[in-house]
Design a protein around this ligand. Structure first.
Ligand code: GUN
Length: 281
């Protein structure tokens, strides 16, 4: 292995210790940072994610409530719950776990969250703030990737960053964050011709597609930084990312593992956003 690992667990531990310290300082002022997590239905992956988010809050001294609703909850009832949480002074951050059941318009629900409590950073006001460089919450996963780059003191100025995947949650905000740090950014997606020709030019590659082996060793310039946002299962049912880790680690300069890479950083940035929402009160 030539690449150095960027250890998301170790970095998360450091950042969560800082969150716990800042949460304790807020508590001393009588403010307990509070996160409300809403889960609708019984998606097994979502159940694991929300459990991990609530546990991370407890571990860092944040207050959290988990609201579980049946899959047939009406859109109007969900909007009413969001509105109640918008007006609840004990709650500083609201997270509605996605995906929502098909009868609910997810975007409508996200837009109902008060931007000041939008710790997921999914509201159009948050997206607009990121795009224009004004203050607002940044989506947790790409923000966690930026923290990983910061942790290796990587200077993005003038570097070529290639993002694979154009989702609103990861790919698009990732491209904007890299751009804000003065990288030259290429955003690739399913209609991109010759992905390999793009990635071979990259100093930094962020793979956020949700498909195994999107990035293989022959697609990576020696020494490049490779960040793997994917969360997939291989044929043996083992967790794996979008990157062929075993091959790419022989070519890249830095690489994030799955598990133990971007995953823990996503939750860490949720804690940071919730804390900041409380600090702004
Ligand atoms: N579903 C998968 N990832 C996320 C996330 O980061 N936030 C929310 N709300 N739902 C998700």
């Amino acid at each position: 292995m030539t690449a150095q690992l960027i250890d998301g667990n170790a970095l998360s531990k450091q950042l969560r210790a800082q969150v716990a310290e800042r949460a304790a300082a807020l508590r001393a002022r009588g403010v307990i940072p509070g996160l409300a997590v809403i889960l609708v239905g019984e998606n097994p992956a979502s159940q694991v994610y929300v459990r991990n988010k609530v546990k991370a809050c407890e571990d860092s001294g944040l207050y959290s409530v988990l609201e579980k609703h049946p899959a047939d909850l009406s859109e109007a009832a969900l909007l009413a719950r969001v509105e109640a949480l918008n007006n609840d002074p004990a709650i500083h951050g609201i997270l509605v776990q996605l995906p929502l059941p098909a009868h609910i318009d997810a975007q409508k629900v996200i837009e109902a969250i008060a931007p000041a409590k939008d710790v997921d950073g999914f509201h159009v006001a948050s997206a607009g703030a990121l795009m224009t460089g004004s203050s607002g919450f940044w989506p947790c996963t790409p923000n966690g990737c930026m923290k990983m780059l910061e942790s290796i003191h990587y200077d993005l100025r003038g570097k070529h960053a290639v993002v694979i995947g154009r989702s609103n949650i990861v790919g698009k905000p990732m491209a904007l964050m890299l751009l804000q740090k003065n990288a030259t950014v290429t955003l690739c997606h399913s209609a991109t011709h010759n992905l390999k020709a793009m990635t071979l030019q990259a100093d930094v590659i962020v793979a956020a597609v949700g498909k195994r082996n999107v990035l293989t060793a022959d697609m990576v310039k020696p020494g490049a930084v490779v960040i793997d946002v994917g969360m997939n299962r291989n044929d043996e049912g083992k967790l794996c990312g979008d990157v062929d880790f075993d091959g790419v680690k022989e070519v890249a300069g830095y690489i994030t593992p799955v598990p133990g890479g971007v995953g823990p950083m996503t939750i860490t940035m949720l804690l940071v956003n919730t804390l900041e929402a409380a600090e702004r009160c």
